[in-house]
Ligand binder design. Structure first.
Ligand SMILES: Cc1cc2nc3c(=O)[nH]c(=O)nc-3n(C[C@H](O)[C@H](O)[C@H](O)COP(=O)(O)OP(=O)(O)OC[C@H]3O[C@@H](n4cnc5c(N)ncnc54)[C@H](O)[C@@H]3O)c2cc1C
Length: 462
């Protein structure tokens, strides 16, 4: 079927406001990193699961590629479209049901922004534990499809752990509704897992039932500095034990990153001097501010007495806690070093120091003036590296990628800890997945999307 005819049929389903073409498409950007004008045959904006199903059925029959769009904050080119592809944006499916305060659940449509969910949960005295810097724009559909991590994984797990039920539409329009508001459900295959982290290649997520938690009543935050990397995992273990399960973040910052985000034009001033090689933000969520603060300070004193930390600043007010987190969240400072290449890798914590040293040495050998910022959710074995080598051309990027990913497989790590594969990392997937695993992924893709219309060219190389 010619594209124009297909678009006319789709317009019948979603109405005139549900179909954008021409300048309405190019007025949008490709995403948070590149910000180039978007290219796509059209943007479809359905309002219901039924409309998504009808649109996909048509596209399946016509062999028309469809790329799901959420908040466009993804960092691996997972939403990139060409002139021949249709974007399917969930932006008009942004409804949220009443929170079930007894069951601690809420049903939401895929296009709701994370911050909206957080705020509604908070108003009910509850917590939706997923949190990350892009909270204002990232949608629950995108967060599910990338199995996003963020700042509290050490305590609450990744997005996968916060999803009880899920509804998705397969490539041929079949609606798979697994909207079960229950934690335990071992009745056969857990089908929702097919769509969590599969980046829109196996189905379009349309609704979900989220797991909420009682809102913690206390928060204790500190910045610590250490002089040797080996002290960090020891401090993490000691603090984890001393804080009795309340530890909710352990975010490590290498010196260069800490300097970047605490030196003007960055807005935050450094809570500790710039003279240490490593810093970590430690955060605990508990139940009683006075008692927890005392326990938190005692735990820090304990690790300090053990010679693990050199210096420490403990936040005493909500404003001070916010200021410490603002340091970690100020990733806009990377834009001082455009063009930059960002990475999100994971590996066992004891292997991190040698990995970073290896990457830095290789970068220095080829680009003596390179800049490499390292930080990350160390408690989850996750490091972010942001590298600037001067040029942003394809060749430099490919060489930097080669250097960053070279040491991953041998350390039993992953080329993507939490951002996904998209187009950016698909060439490197084989570095951390076996041939048998990759073949099973291809078998699943063929079974669920035989015409290959869902987000083609992402995650797997055909
Ligand atoms: C400042 C900043 C900080 C960030 N911090 C973190 C972090 O700490 N941890 C982390 O994990 N990520 C982080 N990210 C990355 C990003 O926010 C996440 O990947 C997020 O999950 C993307 O959500 P989105 O709605 O913007 O999805 P999009 O970018 O629109 O899409 C992402 C992928 O999901 C697919 N998709 C989107 N919606 C659907 C749907 N309904 N059904 C099927 N597929 C869909 C898309 O096709 C694409 O492949 C950060 C990004 C920024 C800009």
């Amino acid at each position: 079927m010619p594209l124009q005819t297909l678009l006319q049929e789709i317009a019948q389903i979603v109405g005139p406001e549900g179909l954008l073409t021409g300048e309405d498409v190019s007025a949008r950007s490709t995403g948070w990193i590149s910000r180039e004008p978007m290219e796509a045959a059209a943007i479809i904006r359905p309002r219901t699961t039924g409309e998504v199903s009808q649109v996909l059925r048509l596209c399946h029959q016509a062999g028309q590629p469809v790329v799901a769009h959420g908040g466009m904050t993804g960092l691996v080119e997972g939403t990139r479209t060409t002139q021949a592809e249709i974007a399917l944006s969930l932006e008009r499916m942004n409804g949220m049901e009443e929170i079930d305060e007894a069951a601690l659940t809420v049903a939401v449509e895929a296009g709701v922004a994370l911050q909206t969910i957080q705020q509604k949960a908070e108003a009910a005295g509850l917590l939706f534990a997923l949190d990350l810097g892009a909270r204002g724009s990232a949608t629950i559909g995108g967060l599910i499809s990338t199995n996003a991590g963020g700042n509290r994984v050490i305590r609450y797990g990744m997005t996968r752990n916060l999803i009880l039920g899920l509804e998705a539409v397969l490539a041929d329009g079949t609606v798979i509704s697994s909207m079960y508001p229950i934690v335990k459900n071992n009745s056969g295959y857990d089908l929702k897992q097919l769509f969590i982290g599969s980046e829109g290649t196996l189905g379009i997520v349309t609704r979900a039932i989220l797991r909420l938690q009682p809102m913690p009543r206390s928060q204790c935050t500190a910045v610590i500095a250490v002089k040797e990397f080996s002290a960090l995992p020891k401090a993490l273990r000691e603090l984890g034990g001393a804080l009795g399960g309340t530890l909710s973040a352990f975010e490590v910052m290498w010196n260069e990153f800490y300097r970047l985000v605490t030196t003007p034009p960055a807005r935050q001033s450094p809570p500790l001097p710039h003279s240490y090689p490593y810093y970590a933000i430690v955060d605990a969520l508990g139940s009683d501010q006075t008692a927890d603060q005392a326990r938190f300070e005692a735990a820090l004193e304990q690790v300090s007495d053990a010679g693990l930390i050199e210096d420490c600043v403990v936040a005493l007010t909500a404003a001070e806690r916010k200021a410490i987190w603002a340091i970690r969240d100020d990733v806009d400072q990377f834009h001082q070093y455009r063009p930059w290449f960002g990475f999100d890798v994971s590996m066992p914590i004891p292997t991190m120091e040698s990995y970073v040293a290896e990457v830095r040495a290789k970068l220095a050998a080829e680009w003596p003036n390179h800049v490499c910022f390292v930080f990350g959710h160390m408690g989850d074995g996750n490091l972010h590296l942001n590298v600037h080598v001067g040029s942003g051309d394809h060749q430099s990027r490919a060489r930097v990628e080669e250097i960053v990913y070279a040491g991953i497989g041998i350390r039993k790590g992953s080329v993507s800890a939490e951002h996904g594969i998209g187009m950016e990392k698909r060439a490197y997937l084989a570095l951390c997945r076996t041939p048998a695993e990759l073949e099973l992924m291809r078998t699943m893709k063929r079974a669920l999307d035989p015409n290959g219309i869902l987000n083609p060219g992402k995650v797997l190389i055909a």
